[in-house]
Design a protein around this ligand. Sequence first.
Ligand code: NDP
Length: 246
Amino acid sequence: MDFKGQVAVITGGTRGIGKAIAESLAGKGVNLAVASRSEQDAREVASALSAQGVKALGMKLDVSRAEDVERVFEEVRKEFGRIDILVNNAGITKDGLLMRMSEEAWDSVMDINLKGAFLCTKEAIKDMARQRYGRIVNITSVAGFMGNPGQANYSASKAGIVGFTKTVAREYAGREVTANAVAPGFIETAMTEVLSEKIREEMKKLIPLGRFGSVGDIAQAVLFLAAPDSGYITGQVIHVNGGMYM
Ligand code: NDP
């Protein structure tokens, strides 16, 4: 896995899974930009990553806003001159049973989780197609495959990511750009710590390995797909879920 001289953009790289992905890539010497709605968080993470000896930018970005996305990618181009890896990780939940789910809850989850990946990929692909090299890794979810009560919006957005990934894979294979997805199961992060102890215990019973995953488990799969030597894998989903879905 020789990532020397490469540049990555990780959306939502300021905590949880995205931060672990950023740390793993930085550990391989990848220069990178981490971007989230909180500029302060992004800058703090970038300065910690710089201490690992790579160049790191921390930027304010709302992935659901086209003008924000264009600005951020323009800055990345100016700073680094190329984009080799895009990790579409930014995501939110706004749970509720279907009958009570507001239009706003549907739209905001779709806008961030699905449209956000579209907007960022549309920018990154310009550079990747031109340089005839790229690795796109999208973070989907086990919920996109199994469904989950209370997550009609979230599951739909994550299932959408899978179709999107396969289409990008087909459209840009001729340019040596791969597009794959990682589907985490239940991972210990801020997104899941809000769940009650009762739900957590019930979830554990559904996991053959009997435990929740760590952010490092996901970063490991992303690193594999983002590596230069993984160039013959495209349009695939790696499930990292302790056997919860197989
Ligand atoms: P966290 O809530 O811990 O982190 C989410 C990150 O995304 C933060 O950096 C957040 O920063 C950023 N973000 C949210 N909205 C936006 C936005 N509009 N624009 C830019 N950045 C944004 O989540 P996780 O680490 O748990 O999840 C990461 C990904 O993994 C998500 O796509 C999630 O759906 C997926 N996933 C997680 C699972 C889990 O069990 N944790 C299971 C399956 C999938 P800020 O709020 O400052 O913008």
